[in-house]
Design a protein around this ligand. Structure first.
Ligand SMILES: Nc1nc2c(ncn2[C@@H]2O[C@H](COP(=O)(O)OP(=O)(O)OP(=O)(O)O)[C@@H](O)[C@H]2O)c(=O)[nH]1
Ligand SMILES: [Mg+2]
Length: 384
């Protein structure tokens, strides 16, 4: 397989520091790596707003064309959600140096990673729907320019318009069909979840930014062996297992069974990322149903991440959109093994800042803090 050589592009406001922008691009870099590409060149342009026609300004387009030629670039990836006409114009202006050049925005890249990692029928279906929604807007967006202009010169109402109409109808029908299929799966899942509740089984859902260590924690708590990787969106499906509390010091006087604490199901699911269009989250409702029905949410956070605060806010925003922000949540700060020195000051400030979410500090890698987390889960579940 030949190497996919990529240029990453970001347009940032004039006052933003280059070092900050490079940190932002680090995530895009990881996404590209996950997809299997090699980023060769990074281009950051300071602008008050993206160029209306080609997203980056015309000078940068020329510079980009030279790089494509010299570095044998096959793919451009822009770290934003880009308008369809801008994508098309930019692509067209690069055809002279590489007629096969692909220009993607952030959502295209994420959808393509999803495609690669999807295993279950449910995940595949959800991605198909997300992709159709994404393409639908692409085609509508181009409808006014490219497609109807094709009809130019033809006397009557214009073939272009008819094409757009036809595609619109086609997409509408396809989306409806796929949504009905997904609806069946969702209903089935809902029924399972309701049955769990009726049987007195408590459920805990691990959520968090992608790559926080959710599956690693899930495996540790359940004894399962799901895939853990230093890549983004490794997990796309939700999976469940029973929480092993047996390592807990069981007090002789309490009958844990009667308290129902061995009946705890824990779920792992798709991670979140910033700049996701709401339709994309919406297509994952079926998978996210596990979190929607959960009694307790464990929000897992990578404490070693420079962008930790921003990522916490992104996850909080999504939990709000999913209607689960009012649920009992425990903030679990993971990867403490990656930090050096005296951590008590940091831990105390986080404990204070997130006092509503009973912060816990763990390392799945070294198992530090895991017993205390289990203890907290057990306490919370009795009142949930
Ligand atoms: N050093 C260290 N690395 C960790 C720890 N927990 C997880 N990791 C690493 O972080 C990476 C991501 O772990 P995963 O469990 O796959 O993360 P995830 O949140 O499930 O990620 P996605 O499913 O891709 O959203 C892996 O390389 C893990 O080995 C930890 O406590 N310490
Ligand atoms: Mg995972």
């Amino acid at each position: 397989m030949h190497e996919l050589r990529v240029v990453l592009i970001d347009v940032i406001p004039p006052h933003r520091h280059l070092s900050d922008a490079l940190k932002d691009l680090a995530e895009l870099h990881l996404l590209v790596k996950t997809y299997g590409g090699t980023d060769v060149v990074k281009i950051i342009q300071h602008r008050t707003a993206p160029d209306k026609a080609t997203f980056i300004g015309s000078g940068k387009v020329n510079e980009l064309a030279k790089i494509i030629k010299k570095e044998r670039i096959g793919q451009i990836i822009i770290n934003s959600i880009v308008q369809p006409t801008q994508l098309f114009n930019l692509t067209r202006s690069l055809w002279s140096v590489n007629p096969n050049i692909q220009v993607w925005d952030r959502v295209d890249l994420i959808l393509n990673i999803f495609d690669k990692n999807a295993r279950s029928a449910e995940a595949k279906l959800q991605i198909e729907i997300a992709r159709m929604f994404h393409m639908k807007f692409r085609i509508y967006g181009l409808g006014g320019t490219l497609l109807s202009r094709q009809a130019g010169g033809i006397g009557t109402r214009g073939i272009g318009e008819t094409n757009v109409e036809r595609m619109r109808r086609h997409f509408k029908k396809q989306i409806k069909k796929k949504k009905e299929e997904l609806e069946k799966l969702t209903t089935h899942r809902q029924r399972q979840l309701s049955r769990r509740k009726e049987n007195g089984i408590k459920t805990i859902s691990i959520i968090g930014y992608t790559n926080a260590g959710k599956t690693f924690l899930f495996n540790l708590l359940t004894g399962k062996k799901n895939a853990v990787k230093d890549a983004l969106f490794v997990t796309l499906d939700s999976s469940v297992g029973s929480l092993k509390l047996n390592t807990l010091r069981v007090r002789k006087s309490t009958n844990t069974h009667a308290e129902g604490v061995d009946n705890i199901v824990i779920s792992d699911t798709i991670g979140f990322i910033q700049n996701l269009p709401p339709t994309l989250i919406d297509s994952f409702k079926s998978t996210l149903m596990e979190s929607i029905y959960a009694d307790i949410i464990l929000h897992l956070i990578d404490i070693s991440d420079e962008k930790m605060d921003e990522k916490i806010r992104t996850v909080e925003k999504i939990t709000y959109e999913l209607g689960i922000s009012k649920k009992k949540q425990i903030f679990v700060f993971n990867k403490i093994d990656k930090l050096n020195g005296d951590l008590s000051e940091l831990f105390n400030s986080l404990k204070e800042k997130y006092s509503d979410f009973s912060p816990q500090f763990i390392s799945v890698k070294t198992s530090e803090g895991i017993e205390s987390l289990k203890e907290d889960i057990r306490r919370s579940i009795l009142t949930a």
